[in-house]
Design a protein around this ligand. Structure first.
Ligand SMILES: [Zn+2]
Length: 267
């Protein structure tokens, strides 16, 4: 925030969309959609997994391109949160998330890479024996996950940690089914295996800073060479916030629990 002098500049500032203050997070994120199955290992152990609340803010570029950005809700820290004051109910509510670093090997999808429809050079995913399309990843990713219906994911992770005393000693296979408040997860632990050397030596940024949106890239000091597409994107300035109203869904108990405001404590 800066002090403004002069009615003209004050008026102009008021016309700026609020969304221009949201920066896109460039850290690779581990995203599972309905039907996806992934193989991964935890880099963050149970003691350091972070619970936080996030707003989902839709952002639209002049080109019509849009994405939903998950924005940390500062209210948990006792700091005023501008998104908690949003007029739109979908944006105002903050959802409960678990945050960790994971090393993702692959994600199997029910459908072919949707990017192929827009980008010629997008990766073609190969079909495996089970008829799933395999996206090879092999890198560290930030996992911002909902807890699932009846907090199923949280409960499963707590059970696995109680059983093995750590989450780091093996790979896991996770499957997501359903979406929104009907989302459920299953996690299958593999046999124990040593942490691979390349994972041991990853130099990842502080998880808490990533959660808070204070770090938005894996290499904050480096100036990465942008592809022409990324450059175009970077030069575009979001102009409007588009609100996609979903048909009013009945609020389930789970939804009430996941959507803070009555500050349901978990740990
Ligand atoms: Zn908030």
């Amino acid at each position: 925030m800066t002090i403004l002098v002069g009615l003209d500049s004050i008026m102009k500032d008021g016309e700026k969309p609020r969304t221009d203050r949201i920066q896109r997070n460039k850290i690779p994120s581990f995203k599972l959609r309905d039907g996806d199955k992934a193989r991964f290992r935890f880099i963050t152990d149970a003691d350091n997994i972070i619970r936080a609340y996030f707003h989902r803010i839709p952002i639209v570029f002049p080109s019509g391109k849009m994405w939903n950005e998950d924005v940390f809700c500062k209210r948990e820290e006792g700091i005023e949160c501008e998104f908690c004051k949003r007029v739109d109910e979908q944006e105002r509510k903050a959802g409960l998330k678990l945050c960790s670093w994971v090393y993702a090997y692959e994600i199997q999808h029910k459908f072919q890479n949707p990017r192929l429809q827009k980008e010629e050079d997008a990766e073609v995913w190969k079909k495996n024996k089970s008829g799933m399309y395999v996206e090879n990843i092999n890198k560290a990713m930030f996992w911002l996950s909902g807890v699932g219906k009846d907090k199923v994911l949280l409960k499963m992770l707590a059970n696995l940690n109680a059983k093995y005393g750590t989450l780091l000693d093996r790979e896991y296979e996770i499957t997501r089914s359903g979406f929104d408040k009907g989302t459920t997860y299953t996690i299958i632990p593999e046999s124990p295996s040593a942490i691979p050397e390349n994972i041991k030596h990853l130099n990842l940024p502080d998880l808490l800073k990533v959660v808070k949106g204070e770090i938005l890239s894996l290499n904050p000091d480096e100036k990465p060479v942008l592809t022409s597409k990324e450059k175009e994107e970077a030069e575009e300035i979001p102009i409007a916030r588009k609100v996609f109203k979903k048909p009013a869904a009945k609020k389930t108990k789970v939804e009430e629990e996941e959507v803070r405001h009555d500050a349901d404590e978990l740990f």
